[in-house]
Design a protein around this ligand. Structure first.
Ligand code: ADP
Ligand code: MG
Length: 297
């Protein structure tokens, strides 16, 4: 995809003074930025700075406590794919790789008792592109962490036709697979919003950077970010709350028991339903925000 950083294209999502809170406490606030068609936005920041919270908000899984998320006219909820941050609970899906990947196609709307040949073609294509075709009949729970991450990425890609939201997608991949993953992202015909702790790659791949520290520390183009010097501090220095970027390597892959249970419940529900009857599931589109930014849940 021919990416640019001058926002000549259509706006897809606009945030107006958005904040997200848990039990009345801000996890991310003062969010004012827009994502345009063709952008590659990298979200960076230390542990606990609100990155996953924001991306869940963009996926429609979390309603803003204040402000508005405007989903612009050209974008529909079903055009958005979401790859959550890896969690311990996700590793234990009782389904085959193909079933997991195909379930991503159910985001594309309409009631369909069976997967279409287009769905199957799409699933096979992403399995091939991600180099995991040979795993399609395997049980998901028996795969390595890196293989599982690719399967979940293939699933998210099946559900995305315009925008893909990814939360630390390279966690668990070996360096070679990480390089391949970035190469793949550069060629995806999609707008990308990716949480990343790899600032070097973010700067070389992305068009825009959003740096969070509970509030919006910076939003702008990669060149503007480099000129601001904010990233210099982030790469080497300790996070003001006592964390730094390198801690991502060792931190648990999930944030709280509640979050793990909720992700597990949602995905198990999806996969159980789709493997039993291939009936349309309630995917993220059903708990999302509507075009005018109101929350449906
Ligand atoms: P990041 O992804 O940048 O590491 P998160 O968005 O996961 O940060 O978390 C931001 C803040 O919100 C942290 O202080 C975290 O403890 C808190 N938080 C995240 N999820 C929940 C939750 N489900 N319930 C309560 N607090 C949460
Ligand atoms: Mg996170």
């Amino acid at each position: 995809m021919n990416r640019h950083s001058n926002n000549i294209n259509t706006a897809l999502i606009k945030l107006h003074n958005v904040a997200f809170s848990y039990a009345g406490r801000h996890a991310a606030c003062d969010l004012n930025f827009s994502v345009y068609d063709g952008d590659y936005l990298a979200i960076v920041g230390g542990n606990g700075s609100g990155k996953s919270t924001l991306i869940k908000g963009l996926a429609g899984l979390l309603a803003p406590s204040t402000g508005e998320i405007e989903i612009c006219n050209s974008l529909r909820r079903k055009d958005i794919g979401y790859l959550p941050q890896q969690s311990a609970a996700q590793a234990d899906f009782p389904a085959s790789v193909m079933e997991v990947v195909l379930s991503g196609c159910l985001n594309n709307g309409g009631f369909r008792p069976f997967y279409s040949s287009l769905d199957k073609h799409k699933a096979n294509n992403w399995l091939l592109q991600l180099g995991i075709s040979h795993l399609s009949k395997k049980s998901f729970r028996e795969l390595s962490g890196g293989q599982q991450q690719r399967v979940l990425l293939a699933r998210a890609l099946c559900s995305a036709s315009k925008l893909i939201l990814m939360d630390e997608p390279i966690a668990g991949l070996d360096p070679h697979a990480q390089a391949e993953f970035y190469h793949l992202c550069a060629t995806l015909p999609l707008t990308i919003v990716m949480v990343s702790h790899d600032l070097t790659s973010a700067l070389s791949q992305a068009t825009h950077i959003l740096h969070l520290d509970t509030h919006q520390l910076f939003f702008g183009t990669v060149l503007e970010y480099q000129a601001s010097g904010i990233g210099d501090g982030f790469m080497g220095c300790t996070h003001p709350h006592g964390h730094d970027a390198s801690e991502h390597k060792n931190k648990p892959k999930y944030q709280s028991k509640g979050e793990v249970e909720s992700i597990s419940k949602n995905i198990t529900k999806s996969i159980t339903k789709c493997s039993q009857s291939k009936i349309m599931i309630e995917d993220i589109s059903k708990s999302g925000i509507s075009k005018n930014g109101e929350h449906n849940a």
